[in-house]
Design a protein around this ligand. Sequence first.
Ligand SMILES: Nc1ncnc2c1ncn2[C@@H]1O[C@H](COP(=O)(O)OP(=O)(O)OP(=O)(O)O)[C@@H](O)[C@H]1O
Ligand SMILES: [Mg+2]
Length: 407
Amino acid sequence: MTTELRGNKGAADMLDLRRAVTEISPVPIAGVEGAAHRVTYVNPAFCLLVKKTKEELIGQEFASIEPIGQQCALLLDQVYRTGSAETRTVRERSGSYPLCSYAMWPVLSGESHAKGVIVQVVEETSINQDVVAMNEALMLGLIRQHELTEQAQRLNAQLEDEIAARKNAEAALIRSEKLASVGRMSAVIAHEINNPLAAVTDLLYLVRSIEGMPDPALEYLETADAELKRVAHITRQTLGFYRETAAPTTFAMAGLLTSVLDLMRAKVRAKQAVVDCQCDSALEITAMHGELRQVLSNLLANSLDAIGENGRIIFRVSLSRDPRDGAIRIRITIADSGKGIDSAALPQIFEPFFTTKDTIGNGLGLWVSKQIIEKHGGSIRVRSCANRGQRGTTFSIVLPQTASQVP
Ligand SMILES: Nc1ncnc2c1ncn2[C@@H]1O[C@H](COP(=O)(O)OP(=O)(O)OP(=O)(O)O)[C@@H](O)[C@H]1O
Ligand SMILES: [Mg+2]
């Protein structure tokens, strides 16, 4: 009992002490109560701030005290409703009234219900305002810097794309200029070759007409004549005078392979290469004979260049059904055990002038072959491996049995 009495007296002393401290505090403080937020207490600093006496303020609605009332109304409601302390800084000056921040604490009666609120007003010093302004400026600066960095990255990426596109365009231009000059040069050479070619053809004719010519000699002469005709055909094409008016012919694929091997016999022998031909003798195609022979010769020449001595080359011709339209097509495969094509070079081998053979290669064989195959409505693909132990290259050509689209 005695202890409790002492305790009550201690609490009352503490309250008096608090009130005395509040009274002399230079910080403006007010107390409000009830739903209408009636003023129940103000300290002298508060009176000084709003330029009113204690008597004028006590019992007034807090909202009617200019200009603090309007600035605090919503926050007061919130502290009453939630029963938790809040602070707010006013950003806009109202007349000559200084910029302030407000701190509010609920005076709790029950568990969370506020019976009153203590309002403390802190005048914002100019340093405070400057710090806030600097902080804001700093934040804006950071956001701007972030935006500028992003913009710079976007521009960089755009620039890189444009440089890459320009490089590609320049490379394409150089290629087409090279092609144009090669075309012009070929036309001049073809023109110069044409005349002696006619003379040699006539001479061959004369030699073949000599009586008593032995059969083997006649055979050689006939082969020479056929090859000369091919050269004449090429020069006419090169000159652009000759459009292949002849329609595609139907011929046996086996015969085509034999004629390609005959042409390349010297090179095959020099390499001591084993060439294995797998082709059904009944298999026929309707196409441009000379052009297909050119393609297969180019591929065989490449394989012979790639293999070492005693290397192996397989030529295989078969029928295959296209899974998309069910049409029967002719598949020609040429596989070699050569050094293979490394993966960096692989995407470029069908481009004109791409060669790894220094001075002995022109880089035109595959480019020309692809043109011819596509002209026939077919396609050409390559698979290659340059790794030790599984080296080799396989070209696959797929052609329609009747190349009706050949112009
Ligand atoms: N079977 C193959 N094995 C290895 N590399 C090959 C093979 N076929 C083609 N290549 C590579 O592809 C490149 C291009 O071949 P392409 O036939 O177009 O030109 P080329 O043989 O170099 O010259 P050319 O114009 O005399 O034919 C070759 O230089 C070579 O690097
Ligand atoms: Mg070649």
